[in-house]
Design a protein around this ligand. Structure first.
Ligand code: KMH
Ligand code: ZN
Length: 273
C-alpha cells in the first residue's frame, strides 16, 4: 500500500431516492449546497451531482444545474462532477445537456444493464454521444463501470477513439443487474486495469463500507453518499452525507492513508493541468 492521497467522492443526491424514502435527502438548491459543504468539510474532494426540479424529481435541466452549481461554488471548494446518467429512462439528449456548463468532471456509464426492475440504457451510440459532449467541452470523464463486460467495453471503445484517451474509473458495485459488491469482484476488476489507471469504488447499500475499506487498502479511491446507500449501519439511517464521509476519513487514518485535498485530487486526476 502506498500513501497516495485518498480521493473521497460524495454522491450526495442521486436520482432514485425521495424525501419519503429518505427524509434527509437534499433536493432544493440550498439543501444540495449545504450537503456539499458538509461533505467537503468532512473530507470529500469530489461532489458527484444530480439535481432535482421544483417538485423534487430528478432533472437534467441546465438552469437547475447552473443554479445549484452557483450555490455550491459559493459554499465550498470542490471538484464538481455532473451526472450524465440522470435517472433511468432520461433521454440521452437531456443527459448530455448540463455538460455544456463545463463542470470539472462528468460521468459516462459504460453499458446497458438491468437496474433493479428497470433498464438503464447505455448503447454504444449513447455512450459515444455523451463521450463526444464530454470531449468537446474539455471535461474530465469518470467512467461508471457496473460489471466486467463494461470494463471490456472501455478497452474496445478507447481503441476506436469513441471515449476520451484519459479518464478516471468508478466501479459501481451492488446494483441489482450489475456485479455484486464483493471483494473478489473488486480484485478482479482492478487486476484488469492498466498500470497507473486511477480508480474508485462505490458500493451500493451494505456494500458501501466493505468496498470503501478495500479501496483504501488497495490504493484506490472511494465514493460514498446517500445516492448509493442511505444507512449508516443495519437498521440505522445515515443522518447526512457528511456522516458517511467522516467514517471513510476515520478508516483512512487507521490505514495511514492521507485524505486528498481538492488541489491534490485535481493533480491526481489531471484536472486543470
Ligand atoms: N441514476 C442511475 C440510473 C451517473 O450518475 O452517472 C445512473 C447514475 C450514473 O447515477
Ligand atoms: Zn449518479
Amino acid at each position: 500500500m502506498s500513501n497516495t492521497p485518498l480521493i473521497i467522492s460524495a454522491a450526495i443526491v442521486g436520482a432514485e431516492h425521495t424525501k419519503e424514502s429518505y427524509p434527509h435527502l437534499p433536493v432544493t438548491p440550498g439543501e444540495i449546497a449545504e450537503a456539499a459543504k458538509g461533505a467537503v468539510e468532512a473530507g470529500a474532494s469530489i461532489i458527484h451531482l444530480h439535481v432535482r426540479d421544483e417538485e423534487g424529481n430528478p432533472t437534467q435541466r441546465v438552469d437547475v444545474f447552473e443554479a445549484v452549481t452557483e450555490k455550491i461554488r459559493k459554499s465550498c471548494d470542490c471538484i464538481l462532477q455532473y451526472s450524465t446518467g440522470g435517472a433511468v429512462g432520461t433521454p440521452v439528449e437531456l443527459r448530455c445537456d448540463p455538460v455544456s456548463l463545463k463542470p470539472d468532471m462528468a460521468t459516462l456509464s459504460m453499458g446497458t444493464m438491468n437496474f433493479g426492475p428497470e433498464i438503464y440504457e447505455n448503447t454504444e451510440a449513447t455512450i459515444s454521444a455523451i463521450a463526444k459532449a464530454i470531449m468537446e467541452n474539455g471535461v474530465k470523464a469518470e467512467l461508471e463501470v457496473f460489471d466486467l463486460g463494461q470494463l471490456e467495453a472501455v478497452v474496445r471503445m478507447k481503441k476506436r477513439g469513441l471515449i476520451p484517451e484519459a479518464f478516471h474509473i468508478d466501479f459501481v458495485l451492488g446494483v441489482p443487474g450489475g456485479m455484486t459488491a464483493s471483494i473478489e469482484n473488486l480484485v478482479t476488476l482492478v487486476s484488469r486495469l492498466e498500470k497507473d489507471q486511477s480508480w474508485a469504488v462505490a458500493g451500493i447499500g451494505r456494500g458501501q463500507l466493505p468496498m470503501a475499506i478495500h479501496a483504501i487498502a488497495m490504493d484506490g479511491h472511494v465514493r460514498v453518499g446517500v445516492e448509493d446507500n442511505i444507512y449508516y449501519r443495519k437498521g440505522e439511517m445515515a443522518t447526512s452525507n457528511a456522516q458517511l464521509v467522516e467514517r471513510v476519513v476515520r478508516l483512512a487514518g487507521e490505514f495511514d492513508r492521507p485524505v486528498a485535498t481538492v488541489d491534490e485530487a485535481k493533480k491526481l486526476l489531471g484536472i486543470g493541468a
